[in-house]
Design a protein around this ligand. Structure first.
Ligand code: FAD
Length: 482
């Protein structure tokens, strides 16, 4: 009797190498059906933002082409995952389904229900850890509890020892002989058309597994050396830019871990430790999301539920458009709009500005990032926003308020980053570029800058905004806080 096909349900793991579910299917020796489901929203999962949807379209095309080289085909279907799986099983006689795990509450609930539904119908379902170095439940405090502070988390993570070796691309992946209907990426309308605001994204990114591997290789050969200090400089290409590739699982952290160690040799130095600790922050965000599933919508620290956020639609709009009058803030938000990505240091500055200078709820900023980042991540995005807002686990204290002028002068000392993304200020000298409102009129004139006309005046005064934020925080401050 011919072997029943195995369905590989691809999700946030759009790669062939180090893909445990795919390797498991290949090891069965039987026919393999590669399936991606565009899941209907309203099942507890968060609808994908627009920039991430653009990335998904490119990544699915890349995965489809990679599978074709193995004599396979990527089947695309849309609908409720349980119903799509049931029809593909009915159409093909598949006997089992394999997938790699996800860790958001909606995804976990969907997968659990599907697993028991399939089991009831005699179909085997198996899930694997693939997109983290360790499963979120493996790292525990000394008393067996979830960890809430990064440094002890990362220490405990490392104490667990060896990270499993990455898996190779399966050598054979027999295709299912019968017809299986598939939708197309184009039919899904994931890419913007009128206007095509993503037109410039392709100058910055090569979505897909090959692009991810090339990005890692280039980073390890180039900017890893000096990363520990260079990573804070938005004016230089000093970080890996692997985040969207990790978001879509085009590369695994296990692959990054081993390749980095291989390049570093026996004695990994400060740059390597710092880089891997950043990958560790991603692990920590997933740990938090798994143990505190409301992280994307609820304050981790409940006292922030009473925080007096302001509703200020014009200020939010100015922030989103990069028209706050603070050059480093505006540069970051425009980099985001043009590339779908923003440097980490600048993410912290713009997030702090929204939450503290404008007193706008972190959830409004998180939602904007969710829609505009190609790396919009179900764990990293809310965990980082809550970190900046002060409402999160192991968060930056609320009363520490970034000064955008000093941040600009320190991390973009010549103003090159601002000049690149805020071209109307490009003619200003370094000493004026982060504080154009303090520049002598002659300097502004020479640079063609007319404040309030070619570039906005600051929408809030820094000192006044700082005082207002501290006063707001005082209303929810615990007696012990400084
Ligand atoms: C307000 C705010 C929102 C953010 N939203 C996201 C998001 O939606 N998706 C996302 O992937 N990251 C997010 N980050 C974290 C961080 O800014 C990005 O991961 C980083 O800028 C990606 O660039 P890179 O790949 O060059 O990073 P590198 O410096 O090269 O780091 C390597 C990898 O480590 C992980 N990493 C690095 N820094 C962090 C961090 N602070 N927290 C968690 N993981 C980290 C990323 O996966 C990254 O690709 C956010 C940070 C802030 C302050």
């Amino acid at each position: 009797m011919p072997q029943a096909p195995v369905i590989v349900w691809f999700r946030d793991d759009l790669r062939l190498s180090d893909n445990p579910a795919l390797s498991k299917a290949a090891a069965s020796g039987g026919p393999v059906i590669c399936l991606y489901i565009r899941e209907e929203t309203g099942t507890g999962q968060r609808a994908m933002g627009a920039a991430a949807a653009w990335w998904l379209a490119q990544s699915l095309r890349a995965l489809g082409a990679d599978l074709e080289r193995l004599g396979q085909r990527l089947i695309l279907r849309s609908g409720k995952a349980a119903e799509v799986l049931a029809s593909v099983i009915a159409e093909t006689g598949a006997g089992s389904v394999v997938w790699n795990r996800r860790y958001d509450a909606g995804g976990i609930a969907t997968d659990k229900a599907i697993k028991s539904d399939l089991a009831a119908r005699g179909i085997t379902a198996e899930s694997f850890g693939a997109n983290l170095l360790r499963e979120p439940w493996e790292v525990k405090s000394a008393v067996g509890e979830p960890m809430k502070v990064f440094t002890p988390f990362w220490r405990a993570h490392q104490r667990l020892g060896h990270i499993r070796a990455p898996l190779r691309v399966p050598t054979a992946l027999p295709a299912f002989a019968g017809p299986v209907a598939s939708e197309t990426v184009e039919e899904w309308g994931l890419e913007p058309t009128r206007p095509n605001w993503a037109a410039g994204f392709t100058d910055h990114w090569t979505p897909g597994e090959a692009g991810a591997q090339a990005r890692l290789k280039a980073f390890l050969a180039g900017s890893l050396d000096g990363y520990a200090d260079g990573r804070d400089r938005p004016d230089r290409a000093s970080t890996s830019r692997l985040s969207p590739h990790l978001r879509f699982g085009e590369i695994s952290p296990v692959q990054i871990w081993h390749r980095t160690h291989m390049v570093a040799g026996m004695e990994p130095g400060r740059d390597v430790s710092k880089f891997l600790a950043e990958v560790g922050w991603r692990e920590f965000a997933y740990h938090l999301l798994f143990h505190f599933p409301h992280l994307p919508e609820a304050n981790y620290q409940h006292r922030f539920d009473a925080f007096p956020w302001r509703a200020d639609a014009p200020a939010l709009k100015a922030w989103q458009k990069g028209l706050t009058g603070y050059p480093i803030v505006d540069a970051g938000l425009r980099e985001l709009w043009h590339t779908g990505w923003m440097h980490n240091r600048v993410r912290m500055i713009v997030a702090s500005f929204l939450v503290k200078h404008l007193l706008i709820d972190w959830r409004a900023g998180e939602a904007w990032f969710w829609d505009t980042l190609v790396d919009a991540d179900v764990a990293n995005n809310p965990a980082s926003w809550q970190w900046v807002a002060g409402s999160g686990a192991d968060a930056a204290p609320y009363f520490r308020i970034f000064n955008p002028m000093l941040q600009g002068e320190k991390f973009d000392p010549k103003g090159d980053y601002v000049r690149r993304w805020v071209p109307e200020l490009a003619g200003l000298p370094a000493k004026a570029i982060h504080t154009p409102w303090e520049a002598p009129l002659a300097i502004l004139h020479k640079a063609g800058v007319r404040l309030g006309e070619t570039y906005p005046r600051p929408i809030v005064d820094h000192d006044a905004a700082r005082a207002r934020a501290l006063a707001a925080f005082a209303t929810i401050r615990e007696p012990s806080a400084a």
